[in-house]
Design a protein around this ligand. Structure first.
Ligand code: ZN
Length: 590
């Protein structure tokens, strides 16, 4: 909970206005006491991103992202916590005594700043060399041959690293950059016996930008025949390949505008598409697509279209991406190119319109998976069994989203001539049924709370000090009539001892996950504040409701036991229970 212990963070949060900060990035409009805008974390057409000034808190009803001004900065700009604190402090002129940042955080922040700075200088050196130096002639010719105009070169700040071991090392030294920082950034490589050498030699250089526009790392393609064909910067404190997409920084507004993002594999695939006017495209960095990539894309696009190479390796990579889309719930389609083509050669040969036509005809995930599996296993009985087996991880990836799951499953059951049940949830240990025969416990997991319980929870989140009243009235007895989330939330509330803690809601949100977190965030955003007299009235009203509900629960339990005793012919027990019932009726809440 660094967030809450750190004085600097507290100071920044107290000093800035969340509406002002978020308003710099999202167009917010006042809606009652709240503000609404289009969510920056998922793609949408009607605003469901809501900010509550009074609570200094935001929540999106579409994607369930929520948090305070610092978590907004972290997510929006891909910053670490201390970086978010520093950034806001600088932007709003809040003085941070540096000693208030923990020495470790301060060191990390300084380290990252150093790496970004060294990368920026290196990108300029490579770029200038490509544009101006006679020794870069063959690199310029190479890029021209691959269709890269001068404008493309400057838009993506492409560069060239000459075929020398000390070019960058010397250039950085003359620019005053520290050697060890350049080593940490992966620009230079430390020799075992001392000294350093350039990592990138005789390569076209592609700077890779963070979403923030800082140079996080580099990719380099060899000009000659050497190996490896592509070389990337190693991971560093500012460069994480599984979270970074080439071209996303440059193309993000085009992607958002199109509402869709083409995903290609190679840097030149991406550049070639952009050069042909298709700007809604991004590329993982020579690595497989990851769940984090998909999560990031979801902020910009409603739909992803995978356009990998037409060969077997490309198809296999596309298959591996399928579960990620299913898990992250990003609509996705797959374009299958002719076997001998990649996106670069295809658009060069047939032009933009032909590729756009391919995109328009892209296959749904289920269709693509089906065609791949049939190709691999055939439709014999044995083949169908293998298909069913291979489908299990994909069905599992859909999670418990019933509608999507049944759509996906019915696609296959129709085509395989099987019953949906034969596909559904056929785990390692055999078939377990789905739908109405799920155990009662699981069926209760819907998000819906009874209206009155929701009111009570909403009240508790704002005024946790009322919890003891409700517990005393029997809250524990009725929480189990609600769903599982109600129990989780109540246990956390009890555990937190939130009374008097201004940050209680934040702590609670940090502790919750998934749907229960979404539920609490929604209630926090919606809950009104009450004047004191009104608040007391509400405590009374809600306490009475709890007491009555608990009483009714006890009574129906008792009635059940009475009829059981009657059925069993246990007269003694029956008498005893009837006596209890009489006592209960004296209180009478009915
Ligand atoms: Zn959202």
């Amino acid at each position: 909970m660094a967030a809450l212990q750190d004085n600097s963070a507290r100071r920044v949060k107290d000093a800035v206005d969340i509406i002002e900060v978020i308003g710099e990035h999202v167009h917010l409009q006042k809606a009652g006491v709240r503000y609404k805008g289009l969510c920056p974390f998922h793609s949408e057409k009607t605003p469901s991103f809501t900010v509550n000034r009074e609570r200094q808190f935001y929540h999106c009803f579409g994607c369930n992202e929520s948090g305070d001004v610092l978590s907004f900065m972290m997510k929006y700009h891909n910053l670490t916590f201390p970086d978010a604190v520093v950034r806001l402090a600088e932007r709003y002129g809040i003085e941070l005594e540096e000693s208030k940042l923990s020495p470790e955080d301060l060191k990390k922040t300084r380290e990252r700043e150093g790496l970004f700075a060294a990368n920026k200088v290196a990108a300029t050196i490579f770029h200038d060399f490509l544009l101006k130096n006679p020794a870069a002639g063959k690199a310029r010719q190479y890029l021209e041959k691959r269709g890269m105009s001068r404008e493309m070169i400057s838009r993506f700040q492409l560069g060239y690293a000459p075929d020398r071991w000390d070019f960058l090392a010397q250039a950085l030294a003359s620019a005053g950059e520290a050697e060890q920082v350049a080593v940490a950034a992966g620009l230079l490589v430390q020799r075992e016996n001392g000294g350093v050498y350039d990592r990138f030699r005789d390569r076209v250089i592609f700077p890779i930008f963070s979403l923030n526009g800082q140079v996080a790392g580099f990719g380099g393609r060899i000009l000659g025949d050497g190996q490896p064909k592509y070389l990337n910067s190693p991971e560093s404190a500012v460069f994480n390949k599984s979270q970074t997409l080439f071209g996303l920084y440059q193309n993000k507004s085009a992607i958002r505008e199109a509402g869709r993002c083409l995903i290609v594999e190679g840097n030149f695939d991406l550049l070639s598409l952009v050069a042909h006017g298709l700007q809604y495209v991004a590329a993982p960095l020579g690595t497989a697509l990851t769940a984090q990539h998909v999560k990031i894309l979801k902020r910009y696009a409603e739909e992803a279209v995978v356009v990998f190479d037409g060969d077997l390796a490309g198809l296999k990579a596309a298959m591996r991406a399928v579960p990620l889309f299913l898990t992250e719930q990003l609509d996705a389609k797959i374009v299958v190119l002719p076997e001998e083509h990649d996106p670069d050669t295809f658009i060069a040969a047939f032009g933009r319109e032909a590729l756009e036509e391919k995109v328009a005809q892209a296959m749904e995930l289920s269709e693509f998976v089906f065609s791949r599996l049939v190709k691999e296993h055939g439709l014999s009985l044995a083949g169908k069994n293998k298909i069913v087996r291979d489908l299990q991880p994909l069905i599992a990836a859909i999670g418990n989203r019933t509608l999507q799951k049944s759509l996906f499953v019915s696609h296959f059951s129709d085509k395989l001539g099987l019953k949906a049940e034969d596909l559904f949830g056929r785990g390692e240990g055999g078939i377990y049924p789905a739908g109405p025969s799920l155990p009662a416990k699981q069926r209760k997991q819907g998000l819906k709370l009874s209206k009155q319980y929701e009111r009570l929870l909403e009240f508790l989140l704002i005024y946790p000090e009322a919890l003891p009243h409700f517990l005393e009235a029997g809250l524990e007895e009725l929480v189990d009539n609600e769903n599982d989330f109600a129990r989780i939330i109540l246990d956390q509330l009890k555990d937190l001892d939130l009374v008097g803690q201004g940050d209680g809601a934040e702590v609670l949100l940090e502790r919750l996950h998934g749907e229960e977190k979404g539920l609490v965030a929604r209630l926090l955003i919606e809950a009104p504040s009450y004047p004191d007299d009104m608040k007391e009235l509400l405590v009374d009203e809600l306490t009475t409701w709890v007491r009555k509900q608990a009483w009714q629960n006890r009574k129906s339990r008792l009635l059940r036991r009475i009829s059981q005793a009657q059925a069993a012919g246990d007269d003694v027990l029956q008498m005893e229970l009837l006596e209890q019932k009489k006592k209960m009726d004296e209180v009478s809440y009915t």
